[in-house]
Design a protein around this ligand. Structure first.
Ligand code: KIV
Length: 271
């Protein structure tokens, strides 16, 4: 039996063992209590309270507008539902880039007020001091390299990153740096599969890919995308496991018909 089926709670140490034993790690995003309860019951290893909440929950075009208070609200809702998964919470844009003290204060608020298990920050060498300081407070940190959506206005586009040698080399250096600082895992977003394979092979900590091919130690998707709630977003890496848009649309339309035709409520559905 695989180790992750036997254990009661996923910790950063369990993830390390899963990498060593070549067991893949499954991660999805969660932003609210009801969804987190289902995802946790499914046996998901990691739930990410991603700043993608800015897009899928609040309807913003980018992840930049979401605030630390809003992330704490989402994270606390998820934490109340979770019994087994490790919960990682994104530090939102503006809550850590300023200086390492700001970063530590933001991370502490997420741990204290939401009860999170760990935090995730985007970037490499440019956030070294912040990562160092958060880790020194005993807070586990997940790194995030490749396409880092908080830098979308620098990139100008959401296309695949690190296709050129210079950027690929910088990414490899950043990955080694984040591991040496003490990060427990690393998200690799939208980079060539061959580069993700090389980085994964060179690290002792697990890599979790999104649009980074099959060779990473785990995979992550935005739950709303993989459940088919979001019709307009179809990147190549996205596999849809359900079509909840249609399911919810059909159920809502049936409800409207039943209300309008006085078919709901019936005799059994009243007091
Ligand atoms: O915010 C998010 O959902 C993420 C994942 C795409 C990794 O950072």
């Amino acid at each position: 039996m695989s180790i992750h089926k036997e254990i009661k709670r996923i910790t950063t140490q369990v993830l390390q063992e899963m990498k060593a034993e070549k067991q893949k790690i499954a991660m999805l995003t969660a932003y609210d209590f009801s969804m987190a309860r289902i995802l946790d019951a499914s046996g998901m290893d990691i739930l990410l309270v991603g700043d993608s909440a800015s897009n899928v929950m609040a309807g913003h075009e980018t992840t930049l507008p979401i605030t630390l208070d809003q992330m704490i609200y989402h994270a606390a809702s998820v934490i109340r539902a979770v019994r087994r998964a490790l919960v990682v919470v994104d530090l939102p844009f503006g809550s850590y880039q300023g200086n390492s003290r700001l970063a530590l204060e933001s991370a502490i608020r997420i741990m204290k007020e939401a009860g999170a298990h760990s935090v995730k920050l985007e970037g490499g060498q440019e956030i070294e001091n912040s990562v160092r300081r958060i880790l020194s407070a005993g807070i586990p940190v997940m790194g995030h390299l490749g396409l880092t959506p908080q830098s979308i206005y620098k990139f100008g586009t959401y296309t695949v990153r690190a296709t050129e040698e210079e950027e690929a080399n910088r990414l490899k250096e950043d990955a080694m740096l984040l591991e040496s600082l003490g990060c427990f895992a690393l998200v690799l977003e939208k980079i060539p599969a061959s580069l993700a394979k090389e980085v994964t092979g060179s690290l002792h900590i697990p890599t979790i890919g999104i649009g980074a091919g099959p060779h990473t130690d785990g995979q992550v998707l935005v739950s709303h995308d993989m459940l088919g709630l979001n019709k307009g977003f179809s990147p190549r890496f996205l596999r849809r496991y359900a079509n909840l848009y249609e399911t919810i649309l059909n159920a809502s339309q049936q409800y409207i018909r039943d209300v309008k035709s006085s078919n709901f409520p019936n005799e059994q559905e009243q007091y």
